[in-house]
Design a protein around this ligand. Structure first.
Ligand code: ATP
Ligand code: MG
Length: 145
């Protein structure tokens, strides 16, 4: 049984700076992940720290936050069957050096930190992460389609 889900994507500052937004969004659309909301935002430090709070004890936390506030990002809500896992499969492994051929991180990631994109890791986290960036008014209702 598959489920229609929504997940949060962030195209990270390195990929935005390198002009890869269109190519990365196309990967989503080519893989049955419909873009139901999208916008460019420049994260504040407190917002980035809150977003990555689960990693606050990790040695890479400060560097990760510095990177995530270094320029604008593109946040999107993606919808599709099994969207959370599908999106992570399209992104590939966290470390671009270990990501499978044809994945976003393999093709566009520069390092384990500057790995081009973020994706929610569970349906529960997707709901929390979507609400970090989008109000109900910005999201289309399933019932309208
Ligand atoms: P994301 O949450 O961004 O989708 P992920 O779930 O694959 O990535 P996490 O373990 O949640 O990986 O790590 C969050 C982010 O922290 C990674 O995407 C990467 O940018 C950074 N990161 C993870 N591990 C390391 C590391 N060992 N050194 C530097 N940065 C890291
Ligand atoms: Mg994660």
């Amino acid at each position: 049984m598959t489920m229609l889900e929504r997940t949060l994507s962030i195209i990270k500052p390195n990929a935005v700076e390198r002009g890869l937004v269109g190519k990365i969004l196309a990967r989503f659309e080519d893989n049955h992940l419909k873009i139901v909301a999208t916008k460019m935002v420049w994260l504040s430090r407190p917002k980035a720290m809150e977003f990555y709070a689960v990693h606050k004890e990790r040695p890479f936390f400060k560097s990760l936050v510095d990177f995530m506030v270094s320029g604008p990002v593109v946040v999107s809500v993606l919808e599709g069957e099994d969207a959370v896992k599908r999106h992570r499969d399209v992104m590939g492994a966290t470390d671009p050096g270990k990501a499978a051929p044809g994945t976003i991180r393999k093709d566009f990631g520069e390092s384990i930190e500057k790995n081009a994109s973020h994706g929610s890791d569970s349906l529960d986290n997707a709901k929390v992460e979507i609400s970090h960036f989008f109000s109900g008014l910005e999201l289309q209702d399933y019932a309208r389609r």
